[in-house]
Design a protein around this ligand. Structure first.
Ligand code: NAD
Ligand code: TYD
Length: 359
């Protein structure tokens, strides 16, 4: 049984990881600021669990982080906490610099300062796993090879620039101080508990409310989708057996255009929650594109498969149907996150976009 300090463990991916590690018997210290995307409703099943210690706080709070390290002496830190949405980063880059860059630097420095004074044996086995994104590599053209660990960084959005900066600092702490880091760069995740600002839950919930389904540009941009549980399985393998100082690319080998994704959600809803008002795909609207919209992401995950024996357990079609079913079955969770602030975001991001019925 390990003790893990997880940051951002009330968010979409972090909560999936926390639930999996508690099921496996690890003790989890969960440090989360509970920003708009952090949600205790993601952790309801851990209520009363003495081995899940939730602490509301900021990764940039050095005193608090030091206190948690000294009190619980974790075997590893898994760093999920971040501002994570590209569209928000376009409207407010500063928040991304504060949490993703400055926050990560502060966290790194706190953990490094504690680690360097540990006994040699503990120093050897400790790990700091930084959870990052494939977006740091920029955009692919249709026929380009997929991103790999060798791809040069070329971030295009304030979000990906802030994640790239954080990756560089993590790398530098390994190179400069011998701090035992691991970095993962993962493709787009989907699954239960994703905040409905992201494409799949947004489209699912808009469709159920018979609202327009906003597809940016012509819907031809491509993402490589991975089920969140498969991402967490990969993270655990990297934590347990990844080589210190290395990076690992994680992806689902499931490239789909955005329009394909939206139509697949609509087809699943037509079957699971048919509407008398007509097929959900009638609600698709092509709207003003995202500025600097990366055309395509795809990951070559052969290093992870070869070295650590990872394989995703979900196919995209089956995982997406299961995800749509989760949103249908968890209306209370949905109602809780669709607060006043969420509605304000929909106005800010979508009200000014021109809408068209065809691309
Ligand atoms: P999310 O927005 O759902 O969750 C982020 C969590 O971090 C929230 O619980 C939030 O409260 C917390 N947080 C934010 N700022 C904080 C701070 N200063 N201190 C402490 N906690 C703070 O994001 P997610 O989709 O779960 O992404 C988690 C990580 O995975 C991020 O680092 C993201 O860059 C990375 N990632 C995401 C995807 C994806 O498709 N969602 C893909 C690859 C990598
Ligand atoms: P998103 O879920 O925001 O993830 P990311 O930007 O990190 O890839 O978006 C996934 C894709 O869907 C991306 O190409 C942008 C597109 N998109 C839409 O077409 N409409 C929307 O309303 C949103 C939120 C995203």
């Amino acid at each position: 049984m390990a003790t893990l300090l997880v940051t951002g463990g009330a968010g979409f991916i972090g909560s999936c990881y926390v639930l999996a590690r508690r099921a496996a018997g690890d003790r989890v210290i969960n440090l989360d600021k509970l920003t708009y995307s952090g949600n205790m409703g993601n952790l309801l099943s851990l209520k009363g669990d003495a081995d899940h210690i939730f602490v509301r706080g900021d990764i940039g709070n050095a005193e608090l982080v030091r206190h948690l390290l000294e009190t619980y002496a974790p075997d590893a830190v898994l760093h999920f906490a971040a501002e994570s949405h590209v569209d928000r980063s376009i409207l407010d880059p500063g928040a991304f610099v504060r949490t993703n860059v400055l926050g990560t630097c502060a966290l790194l420095h706190s953990v490094y300062g504690w680690w360097k004074d540990l006994a040699e044996e503990r120093r050897q086995t400790f790990r700091f796993l930084h959870v990052s994104t494939d977006e740091v590599f920029g955009a692919l053209r249709p026929d380009d090879d997929a991103f790999s660990e060798e791809t040069a960084y070329a971030p295009n959005s304030p979000y990906s620039a802030s994640k790239a900066a954080s990756d560089h600092f993590v790398r530098a702490y390994h190179e400069t101080y011998g701090f035992p880091t691991l970095i993962t760069n993962c493709s787009n995740n989907y699954g239960p508990r994703q905040f409905p600002e992201k494409l799949i839950p947004l489209v699912t919930l808009n469709a159920l409310a018979r609202k327009p389904l906003p597809v940016y540009g012509t819907g031809s941009n491509i993402r490589d989708w991975l089920h969140v549980e498969d991402h967490c399985t990969a993270l655990q393998l990297v934590l347990e057996a990844g080589r210190v100082g290395q990076t690992y690319a994680i992806g689902g080998r499931s490239e789909r255009t955005n329009l394909e994704v939206v139509r697949t959600v609509c087809a699943a809803l037509d079957e699971m929650a048919p509407s008398r008002e007509g097929p959900y795909a009638e609600l698709v609207r092509f709207v003003t594109d995202r500025p600097g919209h990366d055309f395509r992401y795809a990951i070559d995950c052969s290093k992870l498969c070869r070295e650590l024996g990872w394989q995703p357990a979900h196919t995209f079609e089956e995982g997406l149907r299961e995800t749509v079913r989760w949103y249908l079955d968890n209306r209370e969770w949905v109602e809780n996150v669709q607060s006043g602030d969420y509605r304000k975001w929909l106005d800010v991001n979508y009200a000014g976009r021109v809408q068209r019925v065809s691309a």
